[in-house]
Design a protein. Structure first.
Length: 160
């Protein structure tokens, strides 16, 4: 049984909401997801579609297991059919979920829409980078553990 008083929980949630607003306002790039925890109270905010550059987060919603879409692919490279998965935020790119683990994708792998192809860490937040279309990985364009810029191409795909 949860012994947290409703008024105390509301105060904690309001404090987390203020902290989220401040954090988002201080970030340089767009934010896709913010999750803050204080004891048993969790505030999770996720933006679907274009993320706001900086500003107040929308009203909190119940926590779920969200996925974060990558930015729209852009044509470029070897041919008109080639597309890229781009970084949704400034940060550090990681090809694997943790050190020593297998990478999310490798050259030659087939990916489906919504599949995680990497992670960009920004201010201790791990932002999943997902493919928005199906394709075959033809090149990993960013080095593991290296800084990346907003909208930087990370993985090159060709239609499968």
């Amino acid at each position: 049984m949860d012994d947290v008083r409703p008024d105390h929980a509301d105060a904690v949630l309001a404090g987390l909401h203020r902290h989220a607003r401040q954090l988002v306002a201080e970030l340089a790039g767009p934010v896709r997801r913010v999750r803050l925890r204080s004891g048993q109270t969790v505030l999770e905010v996720e933006w679907h579609g274009p993320a706001p550059a900086a500003g107040p987060p929308p009203a909190p919603r119940p926590a779920a297991t969200p996925t974060t879409p990558a930015g729209p692919p852009a044509a470029g490279g070897d041919g008109p059919a080639r597309s890229t998965v781009r970084s949704p935020i400034v940060g550090t790119f990681y090809r694997a979920p943790e050190p020593g683990a297998a990478p999310f994708v490798a050259v030659g792998d087939l990916v489906r829409p919504g599949q995680v192809v990497g992670i960009v860490e920004a201010m201790k937040l791990m932002n999943e980078v997902t493919a928005d279309r199906a394709g075959r990985v033809v090149e990993v364009l960013a080095e593991d553990g290296q800084p990346v810029e907003y909208d930087q191409p990370l993985v090159a795909l060709e239609p499968a």
